[in-house]
Design a protein around this ligand. Structure first.
Ligand code: SAH
Length: 276
């Protein structure tokens, strides 16, 4: 390693799944990295294809509320320790580095410890899923805007805001909400969302296991209620959901296989590098 190199952290992301959806800039950093700290929603295919063979790959996957996740302080410590040792660290997340990620904690830790860093944007799941499902999110006359939301537990959206979400013509995109879909639908219906608005659930978007399910709110009980979805799943609400039927181009898979490895397959590999 070049002794003059001052350690640095690159906060980058790999896109939603398809290895071709990573940015050229992220790839350039992965070609030079000494250490890569990887989230669960980054596939083996991406690591294999783009990370140089000398780099140390450390899996630090997290999954909201699941046991076995790598705690955020551990991730922060790994970034700081490796950068202080003069290494080029790439912190590689799924989708885009800043959308529903812990980048705020990580940036705070880097700034507090005076570690140089850069942020590289990526294709967030909303955009990847929309493209691969053939759903133009702001199609003229269908929607005038997009709201990126999450509803992984019931108190993250206030009652008052559900009213607005039920009434708006904006397309709503829910991250980390597959397991809460019945509750979200009931709340939107309770606040009077139009029965002819649509819901698209896109599982494992942009991977060979992608599966898209479309329903109107009127048909929710028959088509979606009580269903479980493969992780990761994204939910798109709005009139644009029905455009899938007209513009779909990517094959729907019915395999039910998981593209991304479950969390427990990863986390132990992070432990030996941690020094108290
Ligand atoms: N930073 C990521 C989001 C992390 S939160 C991004 O910008 O995309 C994790 C959530 O993202 C998942 O629960 C799911 O809702 C969504 N997600 C990520 N990848 C996905 C994929 N390939 N297909 C469907 N949803 C995905």
């Amino acid at each position: 390693m070049n002794n003059n190199f001052i350690g640095k952290v690159i906060l980058a992301a790999a896109g939603p799944g398809d290895p071709d959806l990573i940015t050229v800039k992220a790839v350039r950093w992965l070609e030079q990295a000494h250490v890569v700290l990887v989230d669960r929603l980054v596939s083996e295919a991406i690591l294999h294809r783009y990370v140089n063979s000398r780099a140390e790959i450390i899996h630090v996957g997290k999954q909201s509320g699941r046991s076995g996740s790598t705690p955020q302080p551990t991730i922060n410590r790994l970034m700081i320790e490796h950068a202080r040792a003069g290494r080029l660290v790439v912190r590689l997340k799924g989708g885009d580095a800043s959308v529903f990620s812990n980048i705020f904690d990580e940036l705070s830790a880097l700034v507090n410890n005076r570690i140089p860093y850069e942020i590289v944007p990526g294709v967030t799941a909303a955009l990847g899923a929309a493209a691969y499902a053939g759903i133009p999110l702001t199609a003229r006359e269908y929607a005038s805007g997009i709201r990126l939301l999450t509803f992984y537990k019931s108190d993250v959206i206030q009652d008052k805001y559900w009213e607005e979400l039920a009434q708006t013509d904006d397309t709503l995109v829910f991250y980390m909400s597959g397991e809460m879909l019945d509750q979200a639908a009931a709340l939107l219906l309770g606040k009077g969302i139009s029965q002819d608005k649509g819901i698209a659930v896109i599982e494992q978007a942009s991977t060979p296991m992608q599966q898209v399910t479309i329903s109107s709110f009127a048909e929710y009980d028959r088509k979606l209620k009580g269903r479980t979805f493969q992780s990761p799943a994204l939910v798109i609400v709005g009139k644009v959901a029905f455009l899938h039927e007209r513009f779909r181009w990517f094959k729907n898979s019915n395999s039910g296989e998981l593209y991304f490895k479950p969390i427990h397959a990863f986390v132990l590999s992070a432990e030996p590098s941690v020094s108290e």
